[in-house]
Design a protein around this ligand. Sequence first.
Ligand SMILES: CC(C)(COP(=O)(O)OP(=O)(O)OC[C@H]1O[C@@H](n2cnc3c(N)ncnc32)[C@H](O)[C@@H]1OP(=O)(O)O)[C@@H](O)C(=O)NCCC(=O)NCCS
Length: 174
Amino acid sequence: MAEEKTEEIIQHNPEKEALRDILKEVASEIQKVVDKIPNISPDEKKIKVDENYPEVQSQMSTTGYFGFWGGLVEKNHPVFSQSVNIERTLPIIKNLKIPTQIRNQGFGSKIVETWEKTFQKYGINVFAVTNIKSYYQDDQEKRAIDFWKKQGYIIPESEKRKDWPYYMIKVAQP
Ligand SMILES: CC(C)(COP(=O)(O)OP(=O)(O)OC[C@H]1O[C@@H](n2cnc3c(N)ncnc32)[C@H](O)[C@@H]1OP(=O)(O)O)[C@@H](O)C(=O)NCCC(=O)NCCS
């Protein structure tokens, strides 16, 4: 039922169509970056736009060796709109996973930069990330929050009292 409703909105709402076009461009730009990452099978790093939901993801975004998932949050979202003014949509990255042996070579930050820069062409300048305390439990991975700080993301006031924030936000310069 919920699935049918989402599909209908995407198909008949011009704004949704416009955002879908932006997502397709985002996916294609990220694909160019991801194609250059060595030693991952082409299947695993194939980036696709979901047909039914406003999201972009790698084929095995949560279980695989490499992973990417990004989506769009609607205006008036009860959680995110507490700390950011969502003018049109809020692009959000939930999962970004770079294979251990090729971390710290700039691939993660390049993917994030490409995601943001493509939306910025369309005047979308506010971004978010969740799952900062990822489900990958080694010590190095628990510090992903510092990776996001280096990309310009901050912990909003509403999240500061938590041991781990649910999300971080970035307001980029237009
Ligand atoms: C977080 C992650 C995606 C970073 O990818 P990456 O390709 O290694 O990052 P980059 O090489 O682009 O690093 C950019 C900067 O962030 C720093 N950084 C990267 N990962 C970091 C981490 N876990 N903790 C602290 N700093 C980190 C790098 O040292 C680098 O700093 P510099 O610019 O001063 O040299 C990667 O570590 C990962 O896959 N982690 C496990 C999954 C995870 O926790 N994802 C986050 C959930 S959204």
